[in-house]
Design a protein around this ligand. Structure first.
Ligand code: BGC
Length: 427
């Protein structure tokens, strides 16, 4: 399991590049296509390249093209779950003065890295009275700087979900877990599955964020939401006893990980769960979109529960679009963000994505049972921001955490791991 940092040409080759217009379009490379002042092209940059992610992105693009039918949309998506590769490419492009018109990010520290660098255009005008009143004030705050809004959030993913293959659990005599599922029971169930000849834990460790997410969720179980906020707010240290306990539990879980984990991305691991190749996966609910896209049936093929010990907490991973301060096509970039803020696009996007609309005035009764209960949880549970997805801590910390997790997955050295995290939090 090692961090993937392909070179720039490899990233471009790995990226999905296609163009879409109202009447179809031809392939075009990002950057090469949007010449300055070109009003007919708009580049949309993201890491949405899996089956469900691409389908969700298409709903945004289709919604936008309804108001701008003549514009050629350049899809500059770069593959790599959690966006590690995409963000490296984006940084290079920002430094080189070649930003995409609009790009995907998250609230909190993730968007702040761009607002503090003056890299984003003010999107406040998208926040009409209707939009503003429909989005929870804390969520508006999380994309604001200096009283202005710089991003439009499409939906809220829940990061702390444990997915399972029903048949495999039944085969191993493991009771289907409920909302009060505890870490100790989970570890005992992983052992039972192993004894029954089942691969206990699905893991897409080719995407570094997947192992980090297992740790993040286990850390939340150890700390609780208040402890989480204290830790990420700097009130307690990353080398404290509860962080150590979470690291030790994560190491125990990793002993049950799929031996093929290092060769699989998060979406491949999720498909493996659906096809009965492995039993449990701790993963944000973009996995729901991917399971359903692959034909798996909620309550039949698979089930879900909060990651053990995290019932009542909702790790929010909020998909947000921003527009470049120096967008080549600022007028269309703004129209794209307006489409993202619309009720229709929020419903269509989240239907594919597995998340829930950020606008509270979107009728979610046509969404799946999973998403309807997730919407309730988002409205009523303790919301915490994700470290893995860049919301709660700086990008530098998150990168250091990924490096530390990669080493930890090999060494299982708890003290060295928490020390690396504590050092990163202080630098
Ligand atoms: C994003 C999701 C995406 C997931 C996996 C997260 O950071 O918020 O939209 O599906 O990464 O790529």
């Amino acid at each position: 399991m090692k961090a993937i940092r392909p070179s720039w040409p490899a990233l471009v080759a790995g990226g999905l590049v296609l163009t879409l217009t109202a009447c179809g379009g031809s392939a075009a490379a990002p950057g090469a296509t949007s010449s300055a002042g070109d009003q007919k092209k708009l580049e949309v940059f993201s890491w949405w390249t899996s089956g469900s992610e691409s389908a969700a992105l298409k709903t945004m693009i289709d919604g936008y093209l309804k108001t701008s039918p003549g514009v050629e949309v350049v899809n500059g998506a770069v593959a790599g779950g959690g966006g590690g590769n995409a963000q490296a490419v984006l940084q290079t492009r920002l430094q080189g003065g070649d930003p995409p018109d609009v790009w995907q990010t998250h609230p909190g520290a993730a968007i702040q890295q761009y607002t503090t660098g003056n890299l984003l255009a003010d999107a406040s005008s998208v926040y009409t009275a209707e939009v503003k009143s429909a989005i929870p004030a804390t969520m508006v705050e999380a994309i604001s700087a200096g009283g202005k809004q710089y991003g439009v959030s499409a939906g809220a993913h829940r990061g702390n979900v444990l997915w399972y293959n029903k048949q495999l659990l039944e085969k191993a005599g493991v009771a289907l877990p409920g909302a009060d599922y505890a870490t100790a029971t989970f570890l005992a169930d992983l052992a039972k599955l192993k004894s029954a000849g089942v691969v206990p834990l699905c893991l897409g460790a080719k995407d570094t964020f997947a192992t980090a997410e297992l740790f993040e969720n286990t850390l939340l179980a150890s700390l609780g939401s208040d402890g989480w906020n204290q830790l990420t707010g700097g009130g307690t240290g990353w080398d404290g006893e509860k962080v150590k306990a979470a690291a030790a539990d994560t190491a125990r879980m990793l002993q049950y990980a799929d031996p093929d984990a290092g060769a699989m991305s998060w979406d491949q691991a999720t498909k493996k769960l659906a096809s009965g190749g492995c039993a449990f996966e701790s993963m944000g609910d973009w996995a729901y979109g991917e399971l359903v896209k692959g034909g798996a049936k909620e309550g039949d093929t698979f089930g879900y529960t909060p990651h053990p010990g995290t019932g009542g907490s909702f790790v929010a991973v909020v998909d947000t679009m921003v527009m470049a301060a120096s967008a080549k096509n600022p007028a269309e970039a703004k129209k794209f963000l307006e489409a993202v803020a619309s009720k229709d696009v929020q419903l269509a996007f989240n239907r594919e994505k597995g998340s829930v609309p950020l606008r509270t005035d979107v009728d979610v009764t046509s969404l799946s049972p999973y998403q309807q209960q997730s919407a309730k949880s988002f409205a009523g549970d303790a919301i915490v921001q994700s470290v893995v997805h860049g919301e709660a801590m700086t990008p530098q910390f998150t990168q250091a955490m990924f490096d530390a997790v990669t080493q930890f997955a090999q060494s299982k050295n708890v003290d060295a791991f928490v020390q690396a995290l504590a050092n990163a939090a202080q630098s």
